[in-house]
Ligand binder design. Structure first.
Ligand code: ADP
Ligand code: MG
Length: 442
């Protein structure tokens, strides 16, 4: 009884302290950062002036440790005094490795007895069946990427495009193509071990395996894959250990003739801060870009999505949307979904004013997708400075100003870590970025 009471009390105090910390944190970060990275944290206990907080996974830990360690520490000291400490606890088991069921074990036994080939039912493909080549619209901007993807999907272990590297801006269908490749490869040969994962997921699993001393299991899994599909490899930047492991996995697969497919938001040569060895591996195969679709393709896509979600919509409204949303297919989709929601709320038909309002809503949510590249470009245009100079070593006052301003905006407006921002601006240290941010703020 006593013990329970004591525990309750400490939990209560921990959450009180944590609430205090949160008020400090809230004042120092953007609402989006606050909601994304701090709200999910749970205070577990308070012992010996140390608060134990639980993070959902190791990716969170890496992120917070890189960007907000100082802020967290300050907020803790604010509540607990100068010797206040913080202990991170990472919630276990993001994705438990499934134990094969009895049926599967029996099936495997039978398989080995009869020397039959039966697909491994427990293998986690990570594939989403809803993304296929059938529902991918081929059009201007994606022709090469589509053709190469189809070739890989149809001849997964014999394609001449290895690795296949697809790059392009957000919402242009890269992830869709990746799943389509995987699904098609399995259709071609159900016995293949096809695995899709995002780079963030790969990183989380890697850190988890490191922590739990299960690296052998982790490596064995990835080295046993026939078709490895890794999405958004730009997120390998700044993660040296993960890069290194991926490099060795890549080599192992490649030398056995296994297929690797990758995507990124920019071409390999522009992945500043990524290991040169990896970049030259990426260049070994085929690199295909995806660019925004033209007006006709946008209309075809809009019609397809409208039909899929059962939205009746007049041609002039589709024309309005296709004219105003030009650079992102996810936004076209998002616009129709919002229209669907608005129309059910307003219990009226879709007219041009509703479409206008909806398109307006889409453009106001867009600002979160700005890239470090575009920030730098705009800053340099404004200050009339050569863009590449901000990434050089030069300490000329006007260049330093442009660099610091770009760093500050990159930190405020993108999801990049301080470390990544430092890497982007000529391999500078994260403390340089912190300094730049406080200079600009002051
Ligand atoms: P990316 O990975 O490049 O950011 P996604 O693959 O997630 O983009 O695409 C965003 C959305 O747009 C998805 O729902 C996808 O199905 C749809 N989409 C993108 N390109 C096409 C296309 N060519 N045909 C049909 N749907 C598409
Ligand atoms: Mg994607």
């Amino acid at each position: 009884m006593d013990i329970t009471l004591e525990k309750d009390q400490s939990t209560l105090t921990a959450s009180q302290v944590w609430r205090e910390c949160l008020t400090v944190i809230k004042d120092n970060v953007t609402p989006m950062t606050y909601n994304t990275w701090f709200v999910p944290i749970k205070a577990l206990a308070l012992e010996n002036n140390t608060i134990k907080i639980q993070l959902p996974n190791s990716y969170f830990y890496e992120w917070i440790d890189q960007r907000y360690k100082k802020l967290l520490h300050q907020s803790i000291m604010n509540s607990l005094g100068v010797d206040g400490k913080i202990e991170y606890i990472i919630r276990e088991g993001i994705e438990p490795i499934e134990q094969p069921s009895e049926e599967v074990v029996a099936l495997r036994l039978k398989q080995s007895e009869q020397k039959l080939n039966i697909p491994d039912q427990t293998f986690q493909t990570g594939l989403r069946p809803k993304y296929s080549f059938e529902n991918f619209i081929k059009g201007s901007g994606n022709e090469l990427a589509h053709a190469a993807s189809l070739a890989v999907g149809n001849t997964p272990l014999g394609s001449s495009f290895n690795p296949l590297f697809i790059y392009g801006g957000v919402g242009l269908g890269k992830t869709h193509l990746l799943h389509a490749i995987g699904n098609q490869a399995l259709k071609t040969n159900p016995l293949l071990r096809v695995h899709y994962c995002s780079t963030e997921e790969f990183t989380i699993k890697f850190l988890n395996a490191l922590e739990k001393k299960k690296m052998d299991e982790f490596s064995a899994f990835y080295r046993g894959v026939d078709v490895l599909i890794l999405d958004d490899v730009q997120f390998l930047i700044g993660k040296e250990q993960t890069q290194d492991l991926f490099f060795h996995t890549f080599n192992a697969l490649y030398s056995q003739g296994k297929q690797v497919v990758l995507t990124s938001d920019k071409p390999p040569k522009d992945l500043r801060g990524l290991d040169e060895r990896l970049i030259s591996r990426f260049h070994q195969g085929l690199t295909a870009d995806i660019t925004p679709p033209d007006y006709e393709t946008r209309l075809v896509i809009l019609n397809k999505i409208a039909a899929e979600i059962g939205l009746q919509i007049q041609p002039e409204i589709l024309d309005y949307i296709a004219t105003h949303i030009t650079s992102n297919i996810r936004e076209l989709e998002g616009c129709l979904l919002r229209l669907l929601a608005n129309v059910s709320l307003a219990s009226r038909g879709i007219d041009l004013s509703l479409a206008r309002k909806t398109v307006g809503e889409i453009s106001t949510t867009r600002k979160h997708q700005i890239s470090v590249d575009s920030i730098t470009r705009i800053v340099c245009e404004y200050l009339k400075i050569d863009e590449h100079k901000v990434r050089d070593k030069t300490r000329k006052a006007e260049i330093v100003t442009a660099r610091q301003l770009s760093m500050y905006l990159a930190n405020e407006m993108t999801q990049n870590s301080l470390k990544n921002i430092g890497l982007y601006f000529g391999g500078r240290d994260h403390s340089t970025v912190i300094h730049a941010c406080s200079t600009v703020r002051n």
